[in-house]
Design a protein around this ligand. Structure first.
Ligand code: ATP
Ligand code: KDG
Length: 316
């Protein structure tokens, strides 16, 4: 029997942060890539593929080696002769809340749609059981490319892939709220599973409660809806019917919240691909995200994460 397959689409960047010795450290990260890494770590039997654009610069080759180390396949990622990978830096406040600075304009990942079309590679892709993208995957693309991207998702869906989406709203990527809402709705309209935060919906649409988010998503035909409501916990709905509420369990320390939502999404999707029910998938995803916030950077060191995963899953 073939392994389940997960394709994440988006941008991976060089990640810079300042460590406890006050020196600059680098890694590689980007929201949908981060989710893919955590999905692979949680359910190693899943074949994980990343679709993006990279360059021919030094960081691009370090980046793909880094993916390999994490068991992420890069054969569908395309290389641009003219564009380099982007960079971002993390700043944390004393509560570990993160802010990012970006150097990503015209990065290779922004060229994804042209790279796919020029390489004529889409017809060679295998079937993917689940395809995951985010508001950032869309936000980095030029306006025409956003439409072509949604068409690509529709084609994958019509061939039988399930589609999952996290809004990951970043105001600076959009000309205004109306612009972001237009593409949020386009994304919801082609997705089976969506994983918004209450903050995304509050900032963008002024939604003040879970019920408003449910009725909005239901209007857009979302069937599996997982709402991250901060300290109120996580609420899940299937076809507008409440499935469960998982309360928030605060981590011992919150050092850096980067990738809390990404690790949540990766572990949630991995659990669903392994046929775990929605409640158990949320419990596992929340557990993993609670570990991630205790560490600097998007991707927690493998050995620390593995020990955690083993202890967590043994206790289930
Ligand atoms: N301090 C914390 N302690 C325990 N769990 C946390 C903490 N912060 C976040 N989480 C977990 O992570 C999940 C996602 O967090 P949040 O909604 O803040 O992510 P996000 O805003 O999407 O983050 P990002 O975009 O940086 O990945 C929460 O639902 C919760 O399960
Ligand atoms: O903000 C982005 O575009 C990133 O992908 C950087 C971070 O890794 C990501 O936001 C964390 O959720």
């Amino acid at each position: 029997m073939r392994n389940p397959s997960l394709l994440a689409i988006g941008e991976c960047m060089v990640e810079l942060s300042v460590n406890s010795q006050n020196s600059l450290q680098h890694s590689f990260a980007g929201d949908t890539y981060n989710s893919l890494v955590y999905a692979k770590r949680w359910q190693p039997e899943i074949d994980c593929f990343f679709l993006s654009g990279i360059g021919q610069d030094m960081f691009s080759s370090m980046m793909t080696k880094h993916w390999q180390k994490h068991g992420i396949h890069s054969q569908f990622t395309l290389s641009s002769p003219e564009h380099n990978v982007g960079i971002y830096a993390i700043k944390n406040d004393p509560n570990g809340e993160r802010q990012f600075d970006y150097w990503r304009k015209n990065s290779a990942a922004t060229q994804l749609m042209s790279l796919i079309e020029q390489s004529d590679s889409e017809s060679t892709w295998p079937h993917f059981d689940l395809v995951y993208f985010s508001g950032i995957s869309l936000g980095i693309l030029a306006e025409d490319d956003k439409s072509r991207f949604i068409d690509l998702i529709k084609r994958l869906r019509s061939k039988g892939s399930k589609i999952a989406f996290d809004p990951n709203y970043r105001p600076k990527m959009w000309t205004g709220k109306a612009h972001a809402i237009k593409w949020l709705e386009a994304a919801y309209g082609v997705s089976d599973i969506v994983l918004p935060g209450t903050e995304d919906h509050q900032d963008l649409l002024g939604h003040t409660g879970v019920e408003e988010i449910v009725s909005y998503c239901t209007k857009h035909q979302v069937s599996e809806l997982v709402i991250k409501a901060g300290k109120q916990g996580v609420f899940a709905f299937e076809n507008a019917q409440a499935v469960c509420h998982v309360p928030f369990t605060p981590a011992k320390v919150q050092r850096d919240t980067t990738a809390a939502g990404d690790s949540f999404a990766g572990v949630y999707l991995a659990c669903r691909m392994a046929n775990k029910d929605v409640q158990s998938a949320i419990e596992q995803a929340s557990g993993a995200a609670g570990l991630v916030v205790q560490h600097q950077g998007a991707i927690v060191e493998h050995s620390i994460f593995d020990v955690f995963r083993q202890q967590f899953t043994q206790a289930l």
